[in-house]
Design a protein around this ligand. Structure first.
Ligand SMILES: [Cu+2]
Length: 279
């Protein structure tokens, strides 16, 4: 019996859990899974039994059957109670992980945009504050363009140390990470299998995603919404690192961001560039 259960246990296919709330979600998933397995065998067992019991026999007469109220009421009420019970049972964990109002105080806040076919991340830099952009200020949305997808207002000094990463991101271990996600084109889904996070990102609105990871390592973000021909390639890697390593990385990125934005680093345009471009 144990062997049979083991073969049926597709829960063993789950990747390792690294999220503080992952065990509770896995537990909920396991309950629903085993209830479904039980109902599957119950219904198909009854079906198989009746198929054999009432198979063709030359001396059995067929007869018309006009339903049975007791049976119909039973199979309506039982699933109703079952779904209501699962709903009530899961409400707490659902609320704590998904409700916007229950997002905890962020240790690290990141903005992410999905696009066909990749992910771009915006970090607030070492001051922990984003400059003016399309997320922090709705009136900055007109700044969004293909070359400035976050709608960053480059005149805001708070944003001097903000920096972006492409198809990779980094978070510190044992910290509340809050991700504000959206998309610049179609629906995508921000899916971190190890972190037990899956959230659609929708163009035109910002979704709140949060998680707290207790194990360092290299993991994968995959898009979980069929978003077009390149959907299969829409992935990113992320690293969960110690706070010290995270700070070192942040300092390096901040320095790069500031250097890239300082006027001295802009290449001097050759005198004829404008004339050539205007043709
Ligand atoms: Cu996608």
């Amino acid at each position: 019996m144990g062997d049979i259960l083991h073969v049926l246990d597709m829960l063993a296919w789950f990747p390792e859990n690294i999220s503080t709330y992952g065990a509770e979600l896995d537990n909920l998933f396991a309950i629903i899974y085993w209830v479904s397995v039980a109902i599957f065998f119950l219904t198909f067992g009854i079906l198989g039994y009746l198929l054999v019991k009432y198979r063709y026999s030359p001396d059995r007469k067929g007869y018309n059957y006009h339903g049975n109220n007791l049976v119909e009421v039973t199979w309506t009420i039982l699933p109703t109670f079952l779904f209501a019970a699962i709903g009530l049972y899961s409400d707490d964990i659902w609320e704590r992980t998904k409700y916007s109002k229950r997002v905890p105080q962020a240790d690290v806040e990141i903005i992410v945009l999905g696009k066909t076919f990749g992910w771009t991340f915006l970090y607030p830099g070492s001051d922990g504050k984003f400059g003016r952009n399309a997320y922090t200020d709705r009136t900055a949305r007109h700044l969004m363009s293909t070359t400035n997808i976050f709608g960053i207002d480059s005149t805001d000094p708070t944003g001097m140390d903000d920096f972006t990463t492409e198809n990779q991101f980094r978070v510190p271990v044992n910290s509340n990470i809050v991700v504000r996600g959206s998309s610049i084109d179609v629906l995508h889904s921000f899916f971190l299998p190890h972190a037990r996070v899956k959230q659609d990102v929708v163009p035109g609105t910002w979704m709140n995603i949060w998680f707290n990871l207790f194990k360092t390592g290299d993991y994968e973000l995959a898009c979980a919404e069929l978003c077009g021909g390149g959907h299969y390639s829409m992935r990113a890697e992320y690293k969960v690192v110690s706070m010290a390593d995270y700070d070192t990385w942040l300092d390096k990125k901040n320095a790069e961001a500031k250097a890239a934005r300082s006027p001295q680093s802009l290449p001097a345009a050759p005198a004829d560039t404008v004339a050539v471009a205007s043709h």
